[in-house]
Ligand binder design. Structure first.
Ligand code: ADP
Ligand code: MG
Length: 255
């Protein structure tokens, strides 16, 4: 049965999509069967992993709004073992499209995902930077959340809000939701700030914080424009090494 992990943080630009894409690719390289679900209207994960726009007929929008089966929207990526449920800008309209539905609109992704849990080892959900219906759907569908935290000032700001959302989702929609892990991202080893922030985050989240820290690495920001994971873009980069290490840690925690 697949482990379903939402990559979430309502802050934008903290590394959610970079982590979704490269952790998915790393797990697939470890011979895991992986599905990456893009729940962000910006569709950065879909594009970043190199899914050709013209090959996409249906997206997660159709799953949420038109009851399309998740398996019918899935496209294969160039990485063996990694499938993608693509997103499109239409997703931005889901909240309005579902506004008349009285019950169950937060559980639509969960129902869609449940049918595929037997097919995959890991299902990763790239979440949008908002506390919206899209996020509630993602959290309701997930077993756990992986929270990327950027190593910068105010790193912890907003996390209280995120934890409240997780608690709320637990109490209303998904009592089994847990914290998979907290990932420090974009560490700049040339400054003391990163070290200070990571100490602060570790004090707060303790053993939930992964040993692996993702360094700031220009290759990680270049790879999406080539439509490649870091492993196909520059396998010897510090970014590739870090995401490979993270994947091992994730698998170990789920051993
Ligand atoms: P989010 O999905 O949380 O908005 P992204 O993963 O899109 O965040 O990252 C925001 C920006 O930072 C993107 O341009 C991305 O390429 C870049 N980026 C992410 N992680 C790193 C990293 N470790 N080193 C350098 N750039 C990064
Ligand atoms: Mg993103």
């Amino acid at each position: 049965m697949a482990k379903v992990i939402a990559i979430t943080n309502q802050k934008g630009g903290v590394g959610k999509t970079t982590t979704s894409v490269n952790l998915s690719a790393a797990l697939a390289k470890m011979k895991k069967k992986v599905l990456l679900i893009d729940m962000d209207p910006q569709a950065n994960a879909t594009q970043g992993i190199g899914i050709d726009r013209t090959s996409i007929k249906n997206t997660t929008y159709d799953v949420l709004v038109d009851d399309k089966a998740l398996e019918d929207i899935i496209v294969h990526s160039s990485q063996r073992g990694l499938d993608v449920a693509p997103a499109s800008i239409d997703l931005a309209g889901v909240e309005i499209q579902l506004s008349n539905i009285k019950t169950g609109k937060e559980q639509r992704l969960k129902h869609a995902v449940s049918k595929l849990k037997k097919v995959y080892d890991y299902i990763l959900i790239d979440c949008p930077p908002s506390l919206s219906l899209l996020n509630t759907n993602a959290l309701s569908a997930s077993d756990s959340v992986l929270i990327p935290v950027q190593c910068e000032y105010y790193a912890l700001e907003g996390l209280t809000q995120l934890l409240n959302t997780i608690l709320l989702t637990q109490s209303v929609f998904n009592k089994n939701l847990t914290i998979e892990g907290v990932l420090l991202t974009m560490l700049d080893s040339r400054t003391n700030l990163g070290v200070e922030v990571s100490q602060e985050v570790r004090k707060y989240f303790k053993e939930k914080v992964y040993d692996t820290v993702i360094p700031r690495n220009i290759k990680l920001s270049e790879a999406p424009s080539a439509g490649l994971s870091i492993f196909d873009y520059d396998p010897s980069s510090t970014g590739a090494i870090a995401y490979k290490k993270l994947a091992k840690e994730v698998v170990k925690r789920n051993g």
